[in-house]
Design a protein around this ligand. Structure first.
Ligand code: SAH
Length: 488
């Protein structure tokens, strides 16, 4: 069982950096013992122009048989093991995937302290597996790898070259090439898809396999056209696990779709309501209104609460007035996208020092959010269930207590102006409520009164004489000089 991963170098980026990324030194051949035998890592080629790392798994047939005893379904010896005992030893299979994850565990997670910037960046990669068991043949190999950005060559291996009339074996010689992927992404593709192609798991599939699959599939599995086949095969067709995985992937997909839906809707609203040649999308108008409010309040250190994929964080970064910007969101996935889009990893040191993304829930008081000049809640409150709203209110206005708080939310009255929206429907699948101007003002006034803020209202988008603007914005302000004077 054998796989090679190679890359080419450019000026300033020697190919041998691969050794750092894999956490394995190119000058040394190393051996690691795994549950199924010994994994060897060595570099057939290692210079500044080209570097190739090879992983060879020498399976220990006896260990496999011993492990197999009592590990199969219902305690019976695992019948699937038989093929590993018989299999040609150089075939890649799910055992190789396990070895990959054991030997290259940090690389799989994209961790590289020595070359963090290279670990985060795509690099020219070539992966070769000389004998890959592939149920479904070369066609399926293409369908699995091509959508992920690989150029795929999958040549069927004849059963016996001396007897071409016997036809092809179930193996293909696989070559994958791409310069669009990071090494971690590439390893995660292999980790999931090698066993999927092998389609014969050698160990009992337990519930934590769903977690492993989703972790390795983060960022690519939810949108993969063969997602159903991948989850079903990866989880050895265990229906309850497969369903669990699909449900969780569906949530990921919906979250992604929701985000693009928001932009679509915003664009639609702006296009419909503005006769200008090139309408400004509502999301952009919202960001402009927020920036104006922040400027007026002289804020320098700003929290973007529920920052999502970081569009406002990006706008804040462009403005030197804001010296510290913290994006907070409950969604790890949204934060990962924000991090990638903002290119935090490639930012200069001074820029990077201005910005931070942190995961946290706004439904809990959080000391990390104390001491800022301003907080923004842009299109966030309507994502909370109404009974949770007082918790957010306390966390922001009662506990964090920035001098200024800017809150935007849709104005439900405006929905009648929006043709494609069926009457009585919220704009966004995940909106738990949408308020009229009256309702929003009443809520804001209560919050301001309770926590010692003043509040004013600003329309965002075209202010319709009858139904008002599509977005309503409240700007809360707390005058702390009074309190300080008292304290003095
Ligand atoms: N502020 C962004 C994103 C709005 S979408 C914009 O204006 O475009 C709402 C965001 O709030 C989502 O990213 C969601 O993950 C986040 N969110 C919802 N409930 C939250 C909570 N309890 N704590 C923190 N973030 C939350």
């Amino acid at each position: 069982m054998f796989v090679t991963i190679s890359t080419t170098g450019t000026a300033g980026n020697p190919a041998t950096d691969l050794g750092y990324l894999l956490h394995k030194h190119p000058d040394k051949a190393q051996a690691f013992s795994t549950s199924y035998g010994t994994a060897h890592v060595f570099y057939p080629e290692a210079d500044a122009e080209r570097c190739a790392a090879a992983l060879l798994l020498e399976t220990d047939t006896l260990a496999l048989v011993r492990r197999g005893k009592g590990k199969g379904r219902g305690g019976a010896p695992d019948a699937a093991l038989a093929q590993y005992v018989n299999d040609r030893p150089y075939a890649a299979s799910s055992l190789l995937a396990v070895a990959l994850s054991t030997v290259f565990s940090s690389a799989l997670r994209g961790v590289c302290d020595a070359r963090p910037e290279r670990a985060a960046a795509p690099l020219p990669l070539r992966v070769e597996v000389p004998a890959l068991p592939a149920r479904g043949g070369a066609g399926l190999v293409h369908r699995l790898f091509a959508p992920l950005g690989w150029t795929v060559t999958a040549d069927p291996v004849p059963l016996d070259t001396a007897f071409p009339e016997w036809g092809d074996s179930r193996y293909v010689r696989l070559v994958l090439e791409s310069d669009r992927l990071t090494l971690a992404e590439a390893l995660r593709h292999l980790y999931v898809l090698l066993p999927v192609l092998d389609d014969a798991k050698h160990y009992w599939v337990s519930a934590d396999e769903v977690d492993k699959l989703l972790r390795a599939g983060e960022g690519w599995l939810a949108g993969h056209p063969e997602q159903q086949l991948i989850t079903s095969r990866y989880l050895s067709r265990r229906w309850s696990l497969t369903r669990q995985a699909r449900e969780r992937l569906e949530l990921v997909r919906l979250a992604e779709a929701d985000d693009s839906e928001v932009e679509d809707i915003d664009n639609a609203v702006a296009e419909e309501t503005e006769a200008e040649e090139k309408p400004t999308p509502l999301a952009e108008q919202r960001r402009a209104a927020i920036l104006t409010a922040l400027h007026a309040s002289d804020a320098a250190r700003v929290l973007d609460l529920g920052c999502g994929q970081g569009q406002l964080v990006r706008a804040l970064l462009k403005d030197a007035r804001f010296t510290e910007i913290v994006g907070v969101d409950v969604s790890v996935r949204a934060l990962a996208i924000a991090e990638r889009r903002l290119r935090l990893d490639r930012m200069g040191e001074r820029q990077a020092a201005r910005v931070r993304l942190v995961q946290g829930s706004l439904a809990y008081a959080d000391n990390r959010l104390k001491g800022y000049d301003a907080a923004v809640l842009s299109e966030v409150i309507e994502h909370l269930d109404l009974p949770r709203l007082p918790a957010l209110e306390y966390a922001v206005f009662g506990h964090a207590r920035p001098r200024t708080v800017v809150v935007t939310t849709p104005n439900v009255e405006y929905n009648v102006r929006w043709e494609s929206l069926p009457a009585g429907h919220a704009r966004h699948g995940d909106h738990r409520f949408e308020w009229t101007r009256e309702e929003f003002r009443a809520w804001a006034a209560t919050v301001a009164g309770r926590h010692g803020y003043d509040v004013g209202f600003v329309p965002v988008g075209p202010d319709d004489p009858e139904v008002g603007p599509p977005t309503q914005m409240a700007v809360f302000h707390r005058d702390d000089t009074e309190k300080e004077a008292k304290a003095a």
